[in-house]
Design a protein around this ligand. Structure first.
Ligand SMILES: Nc1ncnc2c1ncn2[C@@H]1O[C@H](COP(=O)(O)OP(=O)(O)O)[C@@H](O)[C@H]1O
Ligand SMILES: O=P(O)(O)OC[C@H]1O[C@H](OP(=O)(O)OP(=O)(O)O)[C@H](O)[C@@H]1O
Length: 186
């Protein structure tokens, strides 16, 4: 039986990368695979969870059909390697760190994808974004407004989506995610 594509989305700073890192070992032990993203971001700005490439390399990879999914956001290109199709075919569940803006396109390609929306209370997210120090206060407020709009639209569009709250300890969020994926992955 084909595996499930789990499409993890949530605002910047909600903890998508932290969650995938914290859950990685337990997910892998259950046979779930986590897609390693290809991103046109400098290597210094990224950990092991993604592969940094130049814009030219990304374009070449895209032309070569290296990506199952790819999108552009915040001036960067993001690609999900084609190998996820093989994993799904082998029956593995596959987790992807996705984009909210690309959700509808991703759903056209994978009609059965399951959306997991990582949410954080607005005040806590505001604190995390300000602590990150990447944007001005105004930019942070703009992000928060976009998040609120997106969260209500996403719930309306897909009543079956899992909303995972990451306002508390990360370990609790990991437990909730694992409980959701309870069916043995392979
Ligand atoms: N449950 C949590 N409690 C406290 N801080 C968290 C939690 N989850 C993530 N963080 C912190 O929030 C920040 C953003 O997390 P990150 O995983 O980079 O988010 P994203 O990938 O969604 O942009 C990081 O500094 C991370 O350590
Ligand atoms: O359409 P959106 O849901 O806003 O998402 C746009 C992109 O931003 C996030 O990546 P990343 O964590 O690399 O970017 P960030 O650090 O700016 O959030 C997310 O995983 C998407 O790839």
């Amino acid at each position: 039986m084909a595996g499930r594509l789990i499409y993890l989305i949530g605002p910047s700073g909600s903890g998508k990368d932290s969650l995938l890192d914290a859950a990685r070992e337990q997910l892998t032990a259950r046979g779930c695979r986590i897609a390693r993203r290809v991103i046109t971001r400098s290597a210094e700005a990224m950990g092991e969870a993604a592969l940094a490439v130049s814009a030219a390399q990304f374009e070449q990879m895209r032309e070569d059909g290296a990506f199952a999914l790819h999108w552009q956001a915040n001036g960067l290109h993001y690609g999900i390697p084609r190998v996820i199709d093989q994993w799904l075919g082998e029956g593995h569940d596959v987790l992807v760190n996705g984009s909210r803006g690309y959700l509808n396109t991703a759903r056209q390609r994978y009609p059965n994808l399951q959306v997991v929306l990582l949410s954080v209370e607005q005040d806590i997210l505001r604190q995390r974004l300000l602590a990150r120090g990447r944007e001005s206060q105004e930019e942070v407020e703009a992000r928060l407004a976009r998040n609120a709009r997106f969260a209500s639209e996403a719930r309306e569009a897909d009543p079956g989506l899992l909303v995972l709250d990451n306002s508390g300890p990360l370990a609790d969020t990991v437990s909730h995610l694992l409980a959701h994926l309870e069916r043995p992955c392979n």
